[in-house]
Write a protein that binds this ligand. Structure first.
Ligand code: HEC
Length: 296
């Protein structure tokens, strides 16, 4: 195999590996950025939802309890933080697409809050790891990729049991609205659910993939141009002259064309070789005691 072919193969393999590495690294970084972005948005949204819930529990609920003294009364929009949060979020979601919030629960009063298989696993994880206060990850839902952030919901106060333990002691109006089948028999300190925020990352991940592919193809384009340039350079600057000089050396060895100068003005290694061969031609000429009509 000639120098040119060897050189081109080495350059092609190394450049191809470098292009793949750059494309892949770009994908990994863009993906990490997309997930970090989703994570910080999820945290911000969570903090706002929790602040809103905390405002309800600290400031509004005591006033409502003062106004509604009949213990059998239950006005969901006014008396349950979970209802307020759910309905507030539904309004928010009308303008803010790509974000979902769910109070996923193993056995909920409100059927839409029922945890799916992935959420059940997360709740189970929180139940077995009581010290863990959040969890995040990727999940696929309805063909879309989502980054989720989850926080546990624990029955941490005695008063929760008034509405979520024995249905017989729950407010009559609550039983009328929600029935007595689900959302009851919870116990103190049970981890009953997880608040979930889902942020769609399909688009961001697809963009990361496209960017990496673009970088890869631009790299391949540059590689092809480089190969053509190297091929032309080797052909004109190295392989061609070497082939010609070897022909000259062969002729000198058989005493042919001894008056054809091989002198080169090039300052590189090929020029040095050409001038050495030319000196050899002159020496052979002198040995043979010949003289040429023009130079030497
Ligand atoms: C006055 C009654 C009442 C009290 C007290 C109460 N809840 Fe609820 N809770 C409800 C109702 C009603 C819903 C249904 C929400 C809806 O319609 O979205 C609910 C919903 C929930 C949900 C969402 C799942 C579901 O059942 O739909 C969780 C989780 C929850 N409550 C936990 C608690 C915890 C924890 C406490 C104590 C800090 C508590 N609740 C106190 C009445 C109550």
């Amino acid at each position: 195999m000639g120098i040119r072919a060897k050189f081109i193969i080495i350059i092609t393999v190394l450049s191809l590996l470098a292009t793949i590495a750059i494309g892949y690294t770009s994908y990994v970084f863009s993906r990490q950025n997309a997930l970090a972005d989703a994570k910080s948005k999820g945290e911000m949204l969570f903090n706002y939802i929790e602040a809103s819930g905390s405002f309800f529990g600290t400031y509004q609920k005591p006033l409502i309890d003062e106004l509604v003294t009949d213990t059998e009364r239950f006005i969901p929009e006014l008396m349950s933080r979970f209802v307020v949060t759910r309905m507030e979020y539904d309004l928010f979601a009308e303008t803010q697409k790509g974000y979902q919030f769910k109070q996923a629960t193993i056995d909920p009063l409100w059927p839409d809050n029922k945890a799916d298989a992935n959420e059940l696993e997360i709740i189970q994880y929180f139940a077995t790891n009581p010290g863990v206060k959040d969890k995040e990850g990727l999940v696929e839902k309805d063909g879309d990729q989502f980054f989720y952030t989850a926080r546990p919901v624990t029955v941490d106060k005695e008063f929760c049991l008034r509405c979520h333990s024995d249905p017989a002691i729950a407010p009559l109006e609550q039983r009328e609205i929600y029935g007595i089948e689900n959302g009851y028999n919870w116990k103190l300190n049970d981890t009953v659910g997880a608040s979930m925020i889902y942020i769609s990352v399909s688009e961001a991940l697809a963009t990361a993939q496209t960017a990496a592919l673009k970088i890869f193809f631009i790299g391949i384009g540059c590689l092809l141009l480089t190969i053509v340039a190297i091929w032309v350079f080797l052909d004109r600057g190295v392989v061609g002259p070497i082939v010609r000089l070897s022909e000259t050396a062969k002729n000198i060895s058989i005493g042919k064309n001894l008056c054809d100068s091989a002198h080169s003005d090039a300052k590189d290694e090929i020029g040095v070789l050409a001038n050495s061969i030319d000196r050899m031609r002159i020496s052979v000429n002198k040995l043979l005691k010949r003289s040429c009509p023009d130079r030497n």
